[in-house]
Design a protein around this ligand. Structure first.
Ligand SMILES: C[S@@+](CC[C@H](N)C(=O)[O-])C[C@H]1O[C@@H](n2cnc3c(N)ncnc32)[C@H](O)[C@@H]1O
Length: 326
């Protein structure tokens, strides 16, 4: 008997980091959505089937427009995937319904509604670590209760990419996994820690354009007197430069490369420079052959920072397959 292929829908898909991890584990993607047109350039360049549907998950169906919920309602799938955005929200007390006046705008409830209406076998949701402690734990309590009330068995764990994904990045994220079957749920375990063998220097570009170097840039006057060492990643923190002693990159963020938020710095044989977008993607565990489109670098930095550490996702997905097949 051939192994069953489980089908996934990729919500808040961004540039497909979660999809990559799941496909590497044998899942097949049958729907992908994000409302950011710039993500589509990157997504479609890398995934030849199931291109990104660009629409806002909060928009209801209207004439000539089908909502995301209606799209997925027609699709046969097994597992829902979603790294929903970490909005600064408090949802405690706002749970009369998925689209009640107060809860509206909270993207988690759109995910919950899709789960309710389409009843997947399992789901993986990803978010910032603070989701668990936000509002003294009330926000996460409501998220978990909402999912359990839909008939799912749910567990969550905060995993740091540098400990669980063999990537040189200090990135703590919460992963929420749910199964409809109690038996499958009991079989699922989050991955164990693994040794980290990959270092930032292993992921650097061979040739880097002068654009990325700081010498002669206005900020250079402020940072040139700090001591820079090779194999260390630095962050410019407005008035000082902070070295990341652990030898890994600090969390890559969606706002790096915009406003006062700077991309992490390194020193190489030519001088002090910021990481390139390609390096940021690789520090997230994207493969070397992942392609980047010719769009503004600020979009690429945002996409890398918004994404996930692919190997961590892959390890969770591998354990989900074992549970689903049980
Ligand atoms: C944290 S990122 C997830 C990135 C993704 N996991 C990846 O690997 O690239 C959240 C994504 O949600 C998308 N998003 C935010 N609001 C949305 C909405 N109302 N409808 C659809 N997508 C939305 C953003 O454009 C962003 O790409």
């Amino acid at each position: 008997m051939s192994a069953q292929i489980f089908k996934t829908i990729d919500l808040f898909a961004g540039v497909g980091g979660i999809r990559l991890g799941f496909e590497k584990s044998g899942f097949q993607t049958v729907y992908a959505n994000d409302f950011e047109p710039n993500c589509k350039f990157t997504y479609d360049l890398n995934f030849k089937s199931t291109s990104l549907t660009v629409k806002d998950i909060t928009k209801p169906s209207q004439q000539n427009f089908t909502s995301v919920l209606d799209d997925v309602f027609k699709i046969n799938y097994d597992v829902l995937l979603g790294g929903f955005p970490c909005q600064a929200f408090s949802i405690a007390g706002y749970r009369q319904g998925f689209r009640d006046s107060k809860g509206r705008g909270n993207l988690f409830f759109y995910v919950a509604e899709i789960i309710e209406k389409t009843q997947p076998k399992a789901f993986l949701l990803e978010n910032v670590k603070n989701l668990k402690s936000h509002d003294h734990g009330k926000t996460y309590k409501i998220i978990k209760q909402t999912l359990e009330n839909l008939g799912y068995f749910v567990k969550e764990e905060v995993l740091n990419s540098m400990d669980y994904g063999n990537v040189p990045q200090n990135r703590e994220r919460i992963y929420i996994v749910g199964f409809k079957s109690e038996g499958q749920f009991a079989k699922f375990h989050f991955p164990e820690k693994i040794e980290r063998t990959i270092q930032v220097k292993d992921l650097l570009d061979e040739k880097v354009d002068q654009y990325f170097y700081y010498e002669n840039k206005p900020i250079w006057k402020k940072i040139k007197n700090f001591v820079f060492e090779e194999n260390t990643v630095y962050q410019w923190r407005r008035v000082y430069v902070r070295a990341n002693k652990s030898g890994v990159c600090p969390t890559l963020t969606a706002n790096m490369g915009t406003g006062g938020h700077n991309v992490p710095l390194i020193k190489d044989h030519k001088g002090v420079r910021k990481l390139t977008p390609g390096e940021c993607f690789r520090i997230q565990g994207f493969p070397k052959d992942y392609l980047l489109p010719n769009i503004a670098k600020s979009h690429l930095y945002k996409q890398a920072g918004n994404s996930v550490s692919v190997p961590v996702i892959q390890r969770i997905a591998e354990n989900m397959i074992i549970a689903l097949q049980s």
